[in-house]
Design a protein around this ligand. Structure first.
Ligand code: UD1
Ligand code: MG
Length: 463
């Protein structure tokens, strides 16, 4: 059977009160629309038609999926009007699955079940039982409205009578429709309702009038059916999503200090015996090896942290595109900052207020306090003193600093790149090093200390 998917994403999202189109607001680090597209991709549809309108250029530039095409809806006159724009792209003999760009957590199995319930002949609706259904279209059934009673119509919240507003069964915004019927019903839509819009949901009454069977199936899980219309709903859905993830991680053996204070905005891969304290945020792709411990309040993005490493509280790791690597058994933080291209081998120690960028540090090297290493290659067992920095940028270009094995850099040194410190060299504290330092020697670059014996402090003049 030919399947086409239509995703409605043209609305402004007035209730978000934001300049950003609603479907580009992020949940777990990914736009609402990209969540839907990612899930829809698994269904093997001939095409995925996304309706854009408000902020169309931005929306179209921000999302991707195979077989994706955009159709613009200008102006936006309602969900029925939105799907009308897709009509020329839809294959008459097939089924159309309609999804909402602002219902991000819908699962692929649920989409498949909906297409199956349609079976090419019925109008299949996905519904949800809600404690607070305000804002949702209500499923109006025959007789006393019991589950299983025939569906008569969907009534939008704003058009519903007080009695209809007591109906707790809401429409999720997802339906599967035989395409030929859909085209006919869309052509007949009117906008004589509270919002003066062409409601897609009016096709339900049209199907009933035509004698086409309507089936309404409840979503197994409320969370997947929830739509985002306001910042509050977005935050609530984010929390539900994170809670579900946290439970999955805990079932896999990860020890989270508090599943309510844990955020993954991307992909987190964990080994055995990983411990994560409160208020940590993981973004992009993060891998934590066996026995890794993450202290409280760490932000970690695009990084690989090997077995047994400990990241102490308040550490910020951002690998951006290059990534960050922390070797096995390394200790990082508290208050450390690892930037793109920081590549630490085993048993490296990075202490408080130390920043490392685009630098490799070999096994056993240490920079424990208040230091900067940028564009540096650091050998094994190097000790890099408090307050020392690489001056890697001359105002136009960046240059490398090479620190060979067993070098000791004293406190408060400036290593002016390009520069090389030979193996085993010692750099006296307070040195500004502009030339290579030979291996094995003490290099000191500062004024000699002098003491003046017969010196006395100035005294205040009187008179
Ligand atoms: C819609 C449904 C409602 C359902 C709810 C579920 C209609 C009339 N109502 O209401 O029954 O309970 O979703 O979340 O369908 N859009 C367009 N073009 C437009 C208007 C909207 O593309 O002209 C898009 C929006 O970007 C959004 C989706 O359609 O992704 C739903 O629009 P929204 O305004 O959020 O509808 P709801 O009031 O939530
Ligand atoms: Mg909505």
């Amino acid at each position: 059977m030919m399947l086409d998917i239509v995703i409605m994403a043209a609305g402004k999202g007035t209730r978000m009160k934001s300049a950003l189109p609603k479907v580009l607001h992020k949940l777990a680090g990914q736009s609402l629309l990209q969540h839907v597209l990612g899930t829809a991709t698994g269904l093997g549809a001939a095409r995925i038609v996304t309706i854009t309108g408000h902020g169309a250029d931005r929306v179209e530039a921000a999302v991707t999926a195979p077989n994706l095409q955009f159709v613009r809806q200008m102006p936006q006159l309602g969900t029925g009007h939105a799907v009308q724009q897709a009509v020329p792209a839809l294959h008459d003999a097939g089924t159309t699955l309609i999804l909402n760009g602002d219902v991000p957590l819908i699962r692929a199995d649920t989409m498949r079940a909906l297409v199956q319930a349609c079976g090419g002949t019925r109008l299949a609706l996905l519904t949800v039982m809600l404690d607070d259904p305000s804002g949702y279209g209500r499923i109006v059934r025959e007789g006393h409205g019991h589950a299983g009673d025939a569906v008569r119509a969907i009534v939008e919240h704003k058009d519903a009578t007080p009695q209809q507003r007591t109906i707790r069964e809401g429409y999720t915004g997802m339906m599967a429709v035989p395409t030929a019927h859909l085209k006919r019903w869309l052509a007949a839509l009117k906008n004589d309702n509270a919002q003066g819009e062409y409601y897609l949901t009016d096709i339900v009454a049209a199907a009933v009038a035509d004698g086409v069977p309507v089936t309404a199936a409840l979503a197994a899980d409320e969370t997947e059916a929830l739509g985002v219309n306001s910042p509050l709903q977005l935050a609530e859905l984010e929390r539900r999503f994170q809670k579900r993830l946290a439970e999955e991680f805990m079932e896999a053996g990860v020890r989270l200090a508090d599943p309510a204070r844990f955020d993954v905005r991307g992909e987190l891969l964990t080994g055995a015996d990983v411990e994560i304290d409160v208020n940590c945020v993981f973004e992009g792709c993060v891998t934590l090896g066996d026995g890794v411990r993450i202290g409280s309040n760490c932000c970690i993005r695009n990084a690989t942290i090997a077995a047994g490493a400990v990241i102490h509280p308040f550490t910020h790791i951002d690998g951006e595109a290059l990534g960050v690597k922390v070797g096995a058994g390394s200790l990082v933080g508290p208050f450390a900052r690892l930037r793109p291209g920081a590549d630490l081998a085993e048993d490296v120690h990075i202490g408080n207020f130390v920043e490392v960028k685009n630098s490799t540090m070999a096994r056993g090297s240490k920079a424990n306090h208040l230091a900067y290493l940028g564009d540096a290659t650091v050998g094994e067992r190097v000790n890099y003193g408090a307050g020392s920095i690489t001056a890697n940028y001359d105002g136009a270009n960046k240059h490398r600093t090479i620190i060979e094995a067993d070098v000791h850099v004293g406190s408060n040194c400036v290593l002016v790149a390009p520069v090389r410190l030979g193996a085993g060299a010692t750099i006296g504290g307070g040195s500004t090093v502009t030339k290579d330092a030979p291996a094995g020697q003490l290099t000191v670059v500062r004024a000699k200390q002098v003491s003046i014996e017969a010196w006395s402090r100035p005294v205040k003049k009187r008179g």
